[in-house]
Design a protein around this ligand. Structure first.
Ligand code: SF4
Length: 332
């Protein structure tokens, strides 16, 4: 493929911009991945109900999740990445993409330029590209690809980002794209997002985690976060207790310690038995590992879902002993 023009500007998450020395600021937790977002005049073509970038959202144009993404000249950003690439704390670069005409060209040009100037592992998080496009990304050196399901069931998907939202996304296409991505990139190099708190039951989202895992797709967990100006601004965040149960089930499934079919749920489809012994479960909880941010290796996404004052749904660093004690009190 002939070299494509690099987009003039790119958005950088505020935490990554501080790490890269593009702006000054203090960080409670440093991101270990540099998060980039394609820059586009106007909003996304899609209309995901939770997203400030959605075409019908009235939120600020520089927001994604609950953080801001100031724009910088692309050359300046890549040059700072190049300078800092040897830092051991920078483990990965993640290019996230809005949906707009020719977005693939921007993503490809960015990936090619970054790859030619650093060896840092590179992920792309995008809408469904076709197999030929995904193959080009793999060939240029993209290490992991992520296509977001977000919702645990078709009904919820249609309501939140599919047929009922004036979005181009379809549940079947999204799942088929994940399967095609596994063919192109290989198992365990394909990721998706699952958002807890969109209206699903614990059983439904845990079943979705099992489906992804069985397909060779790693599901990254997010806690729904209401953002002013979005269609879902009035929906509350999920309870921390539910989130902890789902995180624990996620850990057990993706590490092959048990399966959805071995778990038990009550009449409200709330998880009541993780399908392993209580002793083993306690040992796993005490490691704190199930409660870390889940995603590509090196991704810690500090404060995507939470205020620095808490509660911390995803820990961007190892939970402290007091925090593990508090987690145990959540009766998971
Ligand atoms: S595709 Fe991504 S950026 Fe666009 S509305 Fe959906 S979540 Fe937001």
């Amino acid at each position: 493929m002939t070299a494509l023009r690099l987009p003039e500007k790119i958005r950088v998450s505020v935490g990554s911009a501080i790490v890269l020395g593009l702006i000054r600021g203090k960080l409670d937790a440093k991101p270990t991945t540099i998060y980039l977002l394609t820059h586009h005049q106007g909003k996304c073509l899609a209309n995901c109900g939770f997203c400030p970038q959605a075409k019908a959202s009235k939120s600020r144009a520089d927001m994604l999740a609950r953080i801001t993404w100031p724009a910088f000249p692309t050359e300046q950003v890549i040059s700072n990445i190049e300078t800092l690439a040897e830092e051991p704390n920078i483990k990965r670069i993640c290019i996230q993409a809005l949906n707009y005409p020719n977005v693939f060209n921007d993503v490809f040009a960015l990936a090619e330029e970054i790859r030619s100037r650093t060896d840092v592992a590179l992920s792309v998080s995008c809408q469904p590209f076709n197999s030929a496009q995904m193959k080009l990304l793999a060939e240029v050196g993209v290490d992991k690809i992520s296509v977001a399901l977000d919702a645990a069931t078709k009904e919820l998907f249609d309501r939140v980002k599919g047929t009922r939202t004036n979005s181009p996304y379809r549940w079947e296409t999204q799942r088929e794209t994940l399967l095609k991505a596994v063919q192109v990139f290989g198992k365990n190099r394909v990721y998706t997002h699952l958002v807890v708190g969109l209206g699903e039951t614990e059983k439904e989202i845990i079943q979705a985690i099992q489906w992804c895992t069985d397909c060779g797709v790693y599901p990254s967990l997010f806690a729904f976060t209401p953002i002013p100006g979005t269609a879902l601004e009035a929906l509350p965040q999920p309870s921390v207790t539910t989130y902890r149960r789902v995180q624990l089930a996620h850990y057990l499934i993706v590490h092959g310690k048990t399966r959805f079919e071995h778990m038990k749920f009550d009449e409200d489809e709330q998880l009541i038995d993780h399908g392993i012994s209580k002793r083993l479960l306690q040992r796993i909880i005490e490691t704190g590992t199930p409660f870390l941010t889940s995603g590509c290796p090196g991704c810690n996404r500090p404060y995507y879902n939470e205020r620095p004052g808490g509660p911390l749904y995803n820990y961007p660093r190892q939970p402290l002993p007091d925090e593990i004690r508090a987690i145990k009190e959540h009766q998971i």
